[in-house]
Ligand binder design. Structure first.
Ligand SMILES: C[S@@+](CC[C@H](N)C(=O)[O-])C[C@H]1O[C@@H](n2cnc3c(N)ncnc32)[C@H](O)[C@@H]1O
Length: 208
């Protein structure tokens, strides 16, 4: 918690939250991974201190591949030291790769069955939001799904506190989210018990 807060203060634009996500949000974000049997290709984007990474690691089985992309070198160091090195030593049949990189340019293979994304989209420029979503949808296998979250009513709360150019950007991000929901059979699930309450949004890439 303190480690997360420290990174949040030094780099709020990328971190976008004051505390890591809670257990109930993690459960919702990883639901479709748990419902899928058989070898899976998984990607997590923006793990921070690992609120979603740990439950994902717990349900991995031999033959699975798990790629993790995080831009912040300090979060990468902590994840490696506190979770990944030990996991690899105990599970030689499971491939887990941590990529310290922005998702925009990460060198990862694609064809993922599930992507879990913790990026703070409402802190980004609309053009960046569009290009990251485009990349993530392309990284999905046909029929695969992408789950991301945002804090409930985040744009309505943020808008009155910002300049008009930022408000216009937030409206464009909202419109883009609605269009992704329509194009990719989106579903939303409110997780009220998270602090603050959050909405998990699941998009599905059409089967070929
Ligand atoms: C809101 S935090 C989420 C952390 C964690 N998933 C959680 O829910 O507690 C956002 C994370 O995304 C990372 N991040 C921001 N921009 C990124 C980018 N372009 N590519 C990869 N990671 C990024 C940040 O460093 C941070 O770890």
């Amino acid at each position: 918690m303190i480690r997360f807060l420290k990174q949040s203060i030094t780099n709020f634009r990328h971190t976008g939250a004051l505390c890591p996500s809670g257990r109930m949000l993690a459960k919702e974000m990883t639901r479709s991974i748990k419902e899928h049997d058989g070898p899976r290709r998984l990607l997590e984007v923006g793990p921070g201190t690992g609120s979603f990474t740990r439950p994902i690691l717990k349900c991995l089985k031999p033959g699975d591949r798990f790629d993790i992309v995080e831009i912040n070198p300090e979060f990468c160091r902590q994840l490696e030291e506190r979770a990944l090195t030990e996991f690899r030593a105990m599970n030689p049949g499971i491939e887990v790769n941590l990529h310290q990189s922005p998702i925009e340019s990460a060198d990862i293979p694609g064809n993922y069955d599930h992507i879990v994304c913790g990026l703070p989209f409402n802190n980004f420029e609309p053009s960046l939001v569009r290009s990251i979503f485009k990349r993530m949808i392309e990284l999905l296998a046909p029929g695969g799904d992408l789950c991301y979250f945002e804090y409930a009513a985040v744009r309505a709360i943020k808008a009155p506190l910002t300049q008009s150019s930022t408000r216009a950007g937030l409206r464009r991000i909202e419109a883009h989210g609605r269009s992704m929901m329509r194009r990719h059979r989106g579903r939303r699930q409110l997780v009220f018990s998270n602090i603050p309450p959050a909405v998990a949004i699941r998009l599905q890439r059409a089967t070929a």
